[in-house]
Design a protein around this ligand. Sequence first.
Ligand code: FMN
Length: 502
Amino acid sequence: MKNIYDISEVNRCMLCLNGPCEKACPKGIKISKIIRSLYFENAVGGIKELKNNDCSTCSAPCEKACVLSKKNRHVEIKNIFTDLKKQSQDYKPQTNKNNKIDLSSEICGIPLENPFLLSSSVVSSTYDMCSRAFEEGWAGASLKTICNFPQHEASPRFSAIHNHANSFCGFKNIEQLSNLSVSENMEIIRNLTKNYPNKIIISSIMGRNEAEWTMLASESENSGASVIECNFSCPNMENESLGVTIGQSEELIERFTRAVRKGTKLPILAKLTPNVTDMIPFALAAKKGGANGIAAINTINSITGVNLNSYSAEPVIHGQTIVGGYSGHAVKPIALRFISDLSKCEELKDMHISGMGGIESWVDALEFILLGSSSLQITTSVMQYGYRIIEDLLDGIKNYLLSSDKSSIKDLIGLSSRTVVNHNTIERETITYPVFNLDKCNGCGRCYISCMDGGHQAINFDNEKRIPKLIGSKCVGCHLCRIVCPARAIDKAHKTIRNINS
Ligand SMILES: Cc1cc2nc3c(=O)[nH]c(=O)nc-3n(C[C@H](O)[C@H](O)[C@H](O)COP(=O)(O)O)c2cc1C
């Protein structure tokens, strides 16, 4: 099903708290919920929620109530919903296997009601926060990393790379670990396991020496945690011998995992850093030390920008900054690459993979699952949009399964692994041409500009009619034109031909 509503208009929505648009709707349509579904790539969810409502003749009080109407142009809610209604005619509800969809998964053999966990960070710092997330549908949480030494945090501690007006795609933090004491954190674990027996509590820990790693693991088990996660990867530690420094040494990973194993019989996840060229030796070291799985990725060393007035890099703290951890949607490709490497490694086949790094929508989540993750963890998109994203994560996957030949998440784990092959294996003999869909083309000429200056000068552009035309003899099939086309008017040809250069 092709989306016909204007996604750039959807992206203008502020995703408000208790959207005033919704309150103003005389028909009681859940407007903000529907727009959120469209924002998070869950058009089917939006269509289902719109039900049989037709907004085309409404005077649209929702638009007058839109917070943007005060200072700016309101979101064109009526147009979006009218287009969505039209799109719903293409939607055929498919009932797969009598609607029996199974969203459950597992973590190191322990059942998970769904694959989604809060990853260790500020989003899982307190009992109250985890409790609210669990009530909204999260299957569990890896608590903010617990340690036995005080934290001194800098302020401000975040900066971001924005993609369009209302959201950021990349996020830098320079935060360290939990500022609560070990006993306060153990109390949180005890209360969460008592009040939420079906949720999975992962105790994320970091010690300064073997004795501390053992003690933290043992206390976590005694308090009722289900899994221990060793933080071998925080890039922001004030004490430079901790965090990522451990994660960049096979010897230290093995030694400290062994120390953790000494303190617990629970499953152990080693949370590894992407700040290495190849994660496999570090994962193998963790396995040797007694780990049952890998959690990846932690954040990537980064500088997000420089303040052009003060000449200081961001976030500016008294004229200075430090290199800090980058996360959010922008890091997804890097995370997926590490997940793929881990799941393809024969010696790690029996290890659980808990994937994270840039998951925002159900599509991102499925990509991690298809490349081999059985559980998923999320921080940055919760920081940006709130625990409520769980709604579309679950609903999006459910709608996907309903329209596929699979009925369970477990059927999808690792299915795409075999599609990632070596550089010397990929087929390089044929060209797949781009095909221009002139009904959709708006004549902007962006394909021409990119092909001229960044491609192979394989497009002619009729300036009168504003129509692009492919020059087949020059086209190498790189598909830059398709990727840059703002109107999504260029497709892949179904047929490919043998490369004339080969
Ligand atoms: C503000 C912030 C604090 C974090 N604190 C921790 C932490 O205490 N322990 C840890 O293992 N990872 C920590 N992380 C890393 C996240 O758990 C996660 O690995 C990373 O952000 C990638 O996932 P994401 O793109 O969904 O955020 C933190 C990340 C952020 C953004």
